[in-house]
Design a binder for this molecule. Sequence first.
Ligand code: PAF
Length: 292
Amino acid sequence: MSSLAFQDLNMPAAIITEPAELLAAVNQQKRMGKRVGLVPTMGALHEGHLSLVKRCTSEADFTVVTIFVNPTQFAPSEDLDKYPRNLERDVALLNAYPVDVVFAPSVETMYPEGASTSVNPPAVATSLEGELRPAHFAGVATVVLKLFQLVPADVSYFGQKDYQQTRVIGDMIRDLNLPVKMQVCPIIREADGLALSSRNAYLSEQQRLQATALSRALFQVKSLYDQGESDATLLLQAANQTLADASINEIDYVALVNKQTLRPVEQVDDDTILLGAVYVGSTRLIDNVLIK
Ligand code: PAF
């Protein structure tokens, strides 16, 4: 493919499925001194993903969006098989932006027969999600490192919605001296506060209403902190009560932790983040709010 093929903003993104072709296309741009941006996704794109794409295309000269439902980050009991997949729809959404390449590899391409190397994720991977989903962050870190290898980007874009994931990837970049910057972009919410997620599609109409209690509980804590309350136990009680009032009874965690270490705090301060993971029906939802 000629370098000119990537220059015209009105052209649809090139869809690449082979790693060697992707690497060659990215290296060609780098040789021309272009700033390369990477947006890794699992598809089923929504406005949250598109906000990352918008930011990337406005800051980078050459944007690669990856769409790959990564099996190694799902536990056998999780929703890998039913995770929504619609490449045609995703590509149509991406073509509203000057995206240069969509990389959509197969599972066999990313994990060829015999592949057995994986990343041992950093310490921030052990609490919260890591406690409940022990292999999850090894799967995330491994696939993200592979994507960084295939797309030697200057900057990569991730959403704050998966806050612990951003901490894991940030520490991996630091610990392994990876030559890529990470930009974390804010959570995009529905008008009623629900954080956008591909998994919201699983919710029935009634569950969709119930789900708003998660963000309500988190923002209530922030507002109590703003009014002067800093006792973590009291603040968590208030959040749990809001969830109980909405009949959300299956709570994986609601935690006030230091935003760097992800370790629980007793007294909340400006460096605290509140994270929650709950089930609404059989759908697991996560959300978080930075206290400051
Ligand atoms: O956040 C996601 O969609 C995924 O965890 C990621 C970063 C694309 C890795 O599969």
